[in-house]
Design a protein around this ligand. Structure first.
Ligand SMILES: Nc1ncnc2c1ncn2[C@@H]1O[C@H](COP(=O)(O)OP(=O)(O)OP(=O)(O)O)[C@@H](O)[C@H]1O
Ligand SMILES: [Mg+2]
Length: 345
């Protein structure tokens, strides 16, 4: 709290030069927006990112090691900015959280839409404040700007004035970002081809985060099935790995979630239940004449006592069946577009 107030004071002094009262009031409001978007990392480190060894290695070399082993970087330029690009759901946001955890940093996570929500004509002030806050942060911090394409699209002739001013301010702040002692800037986008080239030029470090390859799909599926019965189906994933080519990390996560829910979902159609160990009911699909007896109950799921129903275990079959229900979300033409893009950038 104390650090925050000190920051605000320094910031206000910094902004003192502004003669307009409205601008000064907005400074406070924008400052609050930036502070309100400060979050703690949701992961405990890069080890929580399955696969993507190359990407993790690059991030370690660029941002983690300089803090932990600074002597290695005496004659090497320290890196302050990074652009992550790739299809949706490939773990760009996760990587930022993992890096923040590794470096014990706070994340100031803002999207283009949050920045643009400042009054028209004041957005460039919002950008200025955001960067000023980063200059005064009391500890290591990451400014994470997601959907950066919403802010730094290629310039075009018919662009409105306030948009142009916003971009100019942004570029100007970017150029000076290296001077910030304790902060990094990470931007992420799904459409790097829309980005202004002047903006791209200011990012020496650009990392492509692609869809997971076969090996990474194994790692991800193992992570998502960990602590579940599906984990043991691992030796039989050959078909699954073929079918899931083109799935993003979050598609695979959805797939596993779907497979685990299938046995529960099925219970909605069950009309016959068998009482086991006096308190629990399990679903019965067919009953033979010999099985008729007191331990059977004919009713819908809702009629059974709370906490009394058991479902069958999920199986490999459920995983495979789920691929019919959970389809890859990234269209093939978009992957081709990324392939083409990285050839030239
Ligand atoms: N390498 C990974 N290891 C473990 N889980 C991952 C990994 N990558 C992604 N995920 C999972 O996928 C989900 C989506 O990841 P994330 O939000 O980081 O993707 P993104 O690339 O930022 O997507 P978008 O471009 O849509 O913002 C996460 O909630 C997480 O469950
Ligand atoms: Mg993201």
């Amino acid at each position: 709290m104390h650090a925050t107030l000190t920051n605000l004071k320094t910031l206000m002094e910094d902004m003192e030069s502004s003669p307009k009262r409205r601008t000064r009031n907005n400074v406070k409001r924008f400052y609050k927006t930036v502070e309100d978007n400060k979050i703690k990392p949701k992961l405990s480190g890069l080890k929580d990112i399955a696969g993507y060894e190359d990407v993790k290695k690059q991030i370690k070399t660029l941002f983690v090691l300089p803090l932990k082993q600074p002597q290695l970087y005496l004659n090497r330029q320290s890196q302050k900015t990074l652009l992550l690009f790739g299809p949706p759901g490939t773990g760009k946001t996760q990587l930022v959280h993992a890096l923040a955890a590794e470096t014990n940093a706070d994340i100031y996570s803002l999207t283009a839409s949050t920045i643009m929500s400042a009054y028209i004509g004041e957005t460039e002030k919002m950008v200025e404040i955001m960067f000023k806050v980063m200059k005064h942060v009391p500890r290591i911090s990451i400014l994470f700007l997601d959907e950066i394409d919403g802010l730094c699209r290629k310039r075009h002739g018919s662009e409105q004035d306030h948009n142009r001013r916003l971009k100019t301010e942004f570029m100007c702040q970017l150029s000076n970002f290296d001077e910030n002692p304790q902060s990094f800037l990470i931007c992420a986008t799904n459409c790097p081809w829309d980005l202004d080239t002047a903006f791209l030029r200011r990012f020496n470090n650009r990392i492509y985060v692609p869809l997971p390859n076969r090996f990474e799909r194994v790692e991800l599926l193992r992570l998502y099935t960990k602590d579940t019965v599906l984990y043991n189906t691992f030796p039989f994933w050959e078909d699954l790995l073929n079918i899931t080519e083109g799935y993003s990390c979050s598609d695979l996560n959805d797939l596993v979630r779907n497979a685990l829910l299938r046995p529960v979902n099925e219970l909605n159609d069950i009309k016959i239940w068998k009482l086991v160990d006096d308190t629990h009911y399990i679903p019965v699909s067919k009953v033979s004449v010999e099985e008729f007896g007191e331990h059977l109950r004919f009713c819908n799921l809702e009629e059974l006592p709370d906490k009394s129903v058991r479902a069958r275990d999920a199986t490999l079959e459920d995983l495979l069946e789920s691929t019919n229900e959970v389809k890859p979300t990234v269209p093939l033409r978009e992957i081709e577009r990324f392939d083409e893009y990285i050839k030239w950038h």
